[in-house]
Design a protein around this ligand. Structure first.
Ligand code: 13P
Ligand code: SF4
Length: 320
């Protein structure tokens, strides 16, 4: 089938089955173009909570589909490629968190939304990069907190809130690799550009940023600011929406550190890729297959889902 045939069929099946297509900002451009709703992790969870659609096709990674399914257990939720994982979510499992809790009794567990359902089931409050600072600020000053799994987001939140949360040692393989050297070089080359960075980036890079925030916060800043040029330190998929919203502004992606990949002759292949390989697994054909054949349905164990809902509900309440 051609691309336009896939798009036509997706539109038809969507209406026939009362489905909504939701996409994260890091999705391939073609997927963002066909989505009914595009958002960051928090907005996707909020949209899942309020949609009337019977079927949610969540174009993103597995934990995003799981979160939507936990919020709406009565709906069918699909992720077009179930192997779309997340290096950050994979950095902690339920047994790791159990041990972390045992080593630190009396601590409240705050987990980033980039975690599995099993980890959420052992979590007190869930956060996203949009609301982490606000939620941590709402907790009593003397509350002892375990924060998992992102050490970069955790240390950023510690620095802006004055907390001393204990951090799990996880990180996102995309955000952690943005090159500080390249950013310094780009700042010289584009002296008027504002630096936009996601809090999953390492502290040395965050120090050089003008604005630190979730994908939605970075997009909002670009839209509302009078500045014309931006250096972007987050997954490059966001640039599609930034350009769509601000066609007269210039967005320059920051490259990652030179990769260690070598070709068959042993030469280093310079990697200029700042894309999340998991996010890029979604294709029009896979979206079509979800709707046509039910491929990619998210299943979450009932007990785990019930337990995990509590920390997500708290997050949705606290972010109002
Ligand atoms: P957002 O919360 O900004 O959507 O980030 C999610 C994510 O996976 C970042 O890598
Ligand atoms: Fe996970 Fe990083 Fe990909 Fe986001 S960009 S989905 S944190 S691997």
């Amino acid at each position: 089938m051609t691309e336009s045939e896939y798009i036509r069929e997706i539109e038809r099946l969507k209406k026939e089955k009362n489905a909504i297509i939701m996409a994260h900002y890091y999705q391939p451009n073609k997927i963002q173009e066909i989505a009914d709703f595009i958002g960051d992790s928090l907005a996707l969870a909020q949209q899942a909570a309020k949609t009337d659609a019977a079927i949610i096709v969540l174009c993103g990674v597995h934990f995003m589909g799981e979160t939507a399914k936990i919020i709406c257990p009565q709906k069918k939720v699909f992720v077009p490629d179930l192997s779309a994982g997340c290096s950050l979510a994979d950095s902690i499992n339920a047994n790791d968190l159990k041990s972390f809790k045992e080593e630190n009794p009396d601590y409240l567990v705050v987990s980033y939304v980039n975690t599995s359902a099993e980890v959420k089931a052992l979590t007190d409050i869930c956060v996203t990069s949009s609301n982490a600072r606000k939620i941590i600020d709402m907790l009593p000053q003397d509350e002892k907190i375990l924060f998992c799994p992102d050490r970069n987001l955790g240390s950023y939140i510690n620095s802006v809130t004055g907390r001393n949360m204990r951090l799990w040692n996880g990180a996102c393989h995309v955000h952690e690799r943005f090159s500080v050297e390249a950013l310094i070089e780009y700042k010289r080359k584009y002296p008027n550009a504002k630096v936009l960075a996601h809090p999953e980036c390492k502290a040395a890079l965050i120090k050089l940023a003008d604005i630190v925030g979730s994908t939605q916060a970075l997009l909002n800043y670009a839209k509302n600011s009078n500045e014309k040029e931006f250096l972007v330190a987050t997954e490059s998929g966001i640039i599609f929406e930034m350009k769509r919203a601000c066609p007269n502004k210039n967005f320059i992606p920051i490259p990652p550190e030179i990769s260690e990949l070598t070709d068959e002759k042993g030469n280093i292949i310079p990697c200029v890729c700042n894309e999340c390989n998991y996010m890029r697994l979604t294709t029009l054909e896979k979206v079509y297959r979800c709707l046509l054949d039910g491929v990619g349905e998210i299943k979450v164990d009932k007990e785990v889902s019930k337990a995990a809902l509590s920390c997500i509900k708290k997050m949705l309440e606290m972010s109002k």
